[in-house]
Design a binder for this molecule. Structure first.
Ligand code: NAP
Ligand code: 3JM
Length: 349
């Protein structure tokens, strides 16, 4: 329980691309931890990870692993969360879940602290962390919604391979080396490990992230569409998304077109608004070629915004470019930030 020294925290998926960043983020934030429990599948049980100079042995995640845990951070895939998050909640832990398993459940708050921190009060033991591409977009759109109203969003993403896990980062590195050296290779992971076909990602762009739905959109695109409406409390908002995987290791980029309710607003007013928005860093000076790029955002918690301009035909339309570290604000940092908010609001027992 939350004693002076801190809370008992579990990280589920501790060996993964997201889990590793969670452990690092907890350390960087000096999160109030009494005991840190690191969980994975049986494959990695017994390995050790260093946290604040101390070696912690990874254990296999089981329902009993959550006895005495106050806060559990999940990033081990949807099926693990579906099975184990209710077991953890039953044992009194508050779960922050990074998978899509519970995001659209009306009993589960879907939270980006800069946007809808107050929704945490409605939790029933599980809080969902949104999809990485959704998070960075809503951080940039919420200040606009608050001041000018928002009725339409069209987004195209340029997503890094680390969003598909540690094996996808390796696949990009190995393919790049093979192509540069004139060697053969066989794509095995991207775009979706469990789908029928796999394509080259090095020196390529793949317009498929997650599987296709019958409506022609992919699940990743539908996550952006549905999650944005839920987080912003705008069920009537018109949202469309096209999600594309590009050969960048870390850092998602997005070209976002949006329409506000109010006429006569100049792009300079949107820039001024975002310059002072929580969690946003404005990098927008075309005369000096200043704009956000993924290579510059790696390792940072902020959402970087630039290229803000009025549409040339629709006076309520604007364009912007939004970049963030998909493993940090898109996953680990947003989850730890939710945990910090829960403590601040007195919601951890
Ligand atoms: P990853 O690098 O492939 O890591 C997967 C992790 O899950 C590993 O620690 C793995 O442990 C563990 N795991 C796998 N099966 C397990 C099981 N049956 N029981 C317990 N642990 C198990 O993947 P990642 O990129 O870190 O992503 C992990 C999950 O986080 C994704 O599947 C996704 O749902 C979510 N995610 C969310 C976002 C977001 O936008 N918020 C972004 C990326 C990922 P072993 O070492 O034992 O295999
Ligand atoms: C990002 O195996 C799985 O269930 C994970 C699939 C996945 C997800 C997801 O749907 O949880 C991979 C990468 C996500 C996500 O954040 O939506």
């Amino acid at each position: 329980m939350g004693q002076a020294k801190g809370f008992n925290v579990a990280v589920v998926g501790a060996t993964g691309a997201v889990g590793q960043q969670m452990i690092q983020t907890l350390e960087n934030r000096n999160f109030p931890i009494a005991k840190l429990t690191l969980l994975s599948s049986a494959r990695s049980a017994g390995k050790t990870v260093t946290y604040k100079g101390e070696e912690i042995t990874i254990q296999e995640a089981k329902p009993e692993s959550f006895e005495g845990i106050d806060i559990a951070l999940f990033s081990a895939g949807g099926s693990v969360s579906l099975e184990l998050a209710p077991e953890a909640a039953k044992r009194g832990a508050i779960c922050v879940d990074n998978t899509s398993a519970f995001r659209m459940d009306p009993n589960v708050p879907l939270v980006v602290p800069e946007v809808n921190e107050a929704d945490l009060h409605q939790h029933n033991g599980i809080i969902a962390n949104p999809n990485c591409s959704t998070i960075q977009m809503v951080v940039a759109l919420e200040p606009v919604r608050q001041k000018y109203g928002l009725n339409k969003v069209i987004v195209s993403t340029y997503q890094a391979v680390s969003g598909s896990g540690a094996v996808a980062i390796e696949e990009l590195a190995e393919q790049t080396k093979a192509i540069v050296n004139g060697e053969n290779f066989e794509p095995k992971i991207l775009p979706v490990k469990s789908d029928k076909k796999h394509y080259q990602i090095a020196f390529n762009a793949i317009p498929q992230i997650d599987k296709f739905q019958d409506n022609g959109f992919t699940y990743e695109e539908m996550k952006m569409i549905n999650e944005t409406k839920k987080i912003m409390h705008l069920p009537e908002l018109s949202v469309a998304a096209t999600c594309v995987r590009i050969p960048v290791a870390t850092g998602h980029s997005e070209s976002v077109y949006f329409e506000i309710d109010q006429p006569g607003v100049n792009a300079s007013e949107i820039k001024a608004l975002l310059e002072n928005a929580p969690g946003v860093v404005l990098q927008d000076d075309p005369s000096e070629q200043v704009y956000p790029m993924p290579a510059d955002c790696v390792g940072k918690n902020d959402v970087f915004v630039g290229r803000i301009r009025n549409d040339l035909d629709n006076e309520k339309g604007f364009h912007m470019w939004v970049v963030s570290d998909n493993l940090l604000k898109g996953a680990a940092w947003n989850s730890v930030q939710i945990a910090e908010s829960l403590i601040k609001l007195g919601l951890v027992k």
